[in-house]
Write a protein that binds this ligand. Structure first.
Ligand code: PEP
Ligand code: MN
Length: 272
């Protein structure tokens, strides 16, 4: 018997339906995986096949890319979004893709099942209002220089326009540490599970910037309470047009699923 009163977590999460019979924030941890950028039909199809074979139901892929350098690959644009949709349909997968600006929201809503708002756009209020006027689930990435409170207020900007199908995504924040690209804030995952109705997923790829840290960070995100994972994979990471150094080779995806499943089970959950 415990002599001391225990301080218990009070989880506030309300599940968000992303497709028929599939919700983020329920008992299942939802895997979303795919390339950072849609580069070609072959590359996207290979990634989609790996997701499908691992039991995943959601394919990620960037078509309009927010790149730090204007000289880097900027994405295939609308053509990439259509290609992503076509490949996902071959395998019966849902699609998540980023709407980089207000003018791309209608295309994202047409071709994707889930609209992603990127870290750099977390406080782009007109963009938040625009996705708030769609009926699509929105993954709101945390700004890498934003506090939890700013992140939750950004979510409210979406909700006040009528769309409450919001999923938060902790993708790492900038700290004094330079050994990794960002720092995964597992505190924030645990905190928003208690202070917000919106489910939260973890992005171990951008949080670490290193393929060899992706699986450990994914395990940590689930242990902290994450309702899903957003993971970058690539058939040939060394040749990727963006974020190759943090992309898992396709053959690693079953290991990620296997290892994170153990953590999910320990949390009384499954992973799909
Ligand atoms: C991405 O998901 O590829 C991406 C650009 O992420 P973030 O906005 O978190 O940098
Ligand atoms: Mn990326």
């Amino acid at each position: 018997m415990l002599a001391q009163p225990r301080i218990v977590e009070e989880i506030k999460t309300r599940p968000v339906e992303i497709g028929p019979g599939l919700s983020v924030g329920g008992l299942e941890v939802i895997l979303m995986a795919g390339p950072c950028s849609v580069e070609s039909y072959e590359q996207t199809r290979a990634a989609a096949e790996a997701v499908y074979q691992s039991g995943g139901r959601v394919l990620r892929g960037g078509a309009f890319k927010p790149r730090s350098s204007p000289h880097s690959f900027q994405g295939l644009g609308l053509e990439g979004l259509k290609l992503l949709r076509a490949v996902a349909d071959e395998f019966g997968l849902l699609v998540i893709s980023e709407a980089l600006a207000v003018e791309y929201v209608s295309a994202a809503a047409e071709y994707a099942d889930i609209i992603q708002i990127g870290s750099r756009n977390m406080q782009h209020f007109p963009l938040l209002w625009a996705v708030g006027e769609t009926n699509k689930p929105v993954v709101l990435k945390r700004g890498f220089m934003s506090t939890v409170q700013e992140w939750l207020l950004a979510a409210e900007h979406i909700a006040t326009r009528g769309n409450e199908r919001i999923i938060l995504c902790e993708r790492g924040i900038r700290t004094f540490e330079t050994a990794t690209r960002n720092t995964l804030d597992t505190n924030a995952i645990a905190l928003v599970k208690q202070s917000s109705p919106f489910p939260v997923i973890g992005d171990p790829s951008h949080a670490t910037g290193r393929a060899d840290l992706v699986i450990p960070a994914a395990r940590a995100a689930i242990a902290a309470g994450a309702d899903g994972l957003l993971v970058e994979i690539h058939p040939n990471p060394a040749a990727a047009l963006s974020d190759g150094e943090q992309s898992l080779p396709l053959a690693m995806l079953p290991y990620l699923v296997d290892e994170t499943k153990r953590i999910a089970l320990a949390m009384g959950r499954g992973i799909i």
